[in-house]
Design a protein around this ligand. Sequence first.
Ligand SMILES: Cc1ncc(COP(=O)(O)O)c(C=O)c1O
Length: 358
Amino acid sequence: MEFPPFDHLRFYEGVHDVPLNISYSNIQGFTLGEFHKALPRNLDLNWTDERGPPQLRRLIARRTRVGIERILVTSGATEANFLANAALVRPKDRVVVDSPIYSPLRDCAAGLGGDVIPVGRDCKSGWSLDLDRIRKAAGGKAKLLVFANLNNPTSSAIGRSEMRELADIAEECNGYVLVDETFRELAFRRTPPSVAEFGPRMIALSTVTKLGGLGGLRVGWIVAHPQLIERCKAVKDYTTICGSSVSQELATWALRRWDFFRRRAKRILDGNRKLVEDALDRMPSLHGEIPTSGTVMFPHSDVNVTKLTQRLVRKYKTVIAEGRFFGLSDHFRLGLGGNVNELRRGLRNVRRALRDLV
Ligand SMILES: Cc1ncc(COP(=O)(O)O)c(C=O)c1O
């Protein structure tokens, strides 16, 4: 096994001390104190259920409209992605991956020896999914087809009829469809259903990280057919065995109040989206609609993105995420879910850096 370097993560490690980062995909961080609640004194710190505490699995099952036997709690969506790939992908297996995409969704299969075929979307067609090209790339033999709904970095959505067709393609291939639904519930007006509703070949994964601003809990999950859940669990036996009882308790609190977290996310995003709209009007070298859903956008830049990124870090102490991390080098990712004042200052710096470089 040889995993491609996770360049995006390495990049963040290198700019950790830069004061303004307007590229993150999470909603503003949430703190323990904001729960206004104490941990139960009898919380068992010696053992947790390998599949995740039943009350947590019940909450996840309800949100994805499936039975509890289809849920496996994991250490974030990161472990969920790894477990699903490790359970399914063998060397030389064909894996079709939507592009641009959050890189571990593409590179995990490559690390396991899979033959990864990216199928690109185009900003000129509004980042729409080209199902004919996906079917062709699958070639009747793809073991796995990988997507994110909403997509990271474009925030574009996959709808019901597209999910049905993806299920058909998986059937033709005797394969599976994996959809990272980390951002699904951030489509407030028309929330797409979980792909888990679309049959035994469909696998969903998600997390409390982004919508909740709860990334430090490291709690995510997989939703899949019970037989596949058992295969993922057999891999989890070698990665983490089970999650942290403290984190899973806090994630249970969060999911009990998930509608509060969604309202909080919407309030933050609505304000920030307006700010970005005004700012982009004054940056003619950037192109792209501000998505109506999700926490990220992926503008095209007429200015070289690597130069822009370097200029922003060195002169303006501001971080954006280069598009090459996601598979498209003439775009970059902006986060819409952060602190409003930081976003305002960061966008002003992007305007100045662009002015320096044109
Ligand atoms: C699409 C997507 N999935 C998963 C993750 C990571 O999730 P977690 O913190 O639950 O491991 C990210 C983080 O950026 C992401 O963008």
